[in-house]
Design a protein around this ligand. Sequence first.
Ligand SMILES: C[S@@+](CC[C@H](N)C(=O)[O-])C[C@H]1O[C@@H](n2cnc3c(N)ncnc32)[C@H](O)[C@@H]1O
Length: 254
Amino acid sequence: MKPIDILKKIKKNILSPVNEVRAKDVADDLDKLGRIYGTDKTGTHNYTTHYKLHFERFRDKAVNLLEIGVGGYEKPFSGGKSLRMWKKYFPSGNIFSIDIYDKSALQEERIKIFRGSQVDKEFLNRVCDEIGGIDIIIDDGSHINEHVTESFKILFPKLKEGGIYVIEDTNTSYWPEYGGDSNDLDNPATSMNFFKKLTDSLNHKEFLIPRYKPTYYDENIVSIHFYHDIIFIYKGRNEEKSNIPKKVQKGISG
Ligand SMILES: C[S@@+](CC[C@H](N)C(=O)[O-])C[C@H]1O[C@@H](n2cnc3c(N)ncnc32)[C@H](O)[C@@H]1O
């Protein structure tokens, strides 16, 4: 083990019990928990404000949460900050994460970490099989546009009905280093355009297309919430009836 890793390990072992005491009385306050555990989901970003709103109903449930990206990159004893926050916020929850680097040293009771890439379909399928039903998926991994959409295509079908899929840091949708684009806001390769396109799925029952065959997303997304740099996608049966008035219907039939 490198000296820096030994120091990180010592720091983690000292900090853990201290943080547990500090977090004890604020376990229902995600902003405070975020600050205690040091994740950039609060402070640098304003994500915990939105997480509170969307995750509150899951709080006392035995949720299975999967987060892409442990943090700390190649340093084996760095990262895991958001995982510890989720563990505290969901007292009966099981927290799972994946990372391209080996972060197994950060595992603890109710936190399990798998090593692999967010675009490796076989690996992700194995992880999902091992977890069983997943209630919440958060993508806080590479933030490369192509990875973000690819992970969504693989993982969204694995999410339970009633579950939520979150994509963090959609700022990279505008940054060329990540495959994003600020100049052509209609560039179909960006993650924002992929998710913006899904908003039409919500209204597919209103399409004036005879014998239109709904896609998987048409039938399984019930709402999409866009905020600054973060998106929440709700999974459920999108079965609300159409409102097409008779005179419009006539227009398509003849
Ligand atoms: C921003 S950090 C995650 C921070 C953490 N979720 C938090 O809030 O404290 C991103 C992590 O994603 C990992 N990562 C990068 N590319 C990845 C990939 N292709 N598959 C899985 N993880 C990846 C990095 O190693 C890094 O640890």
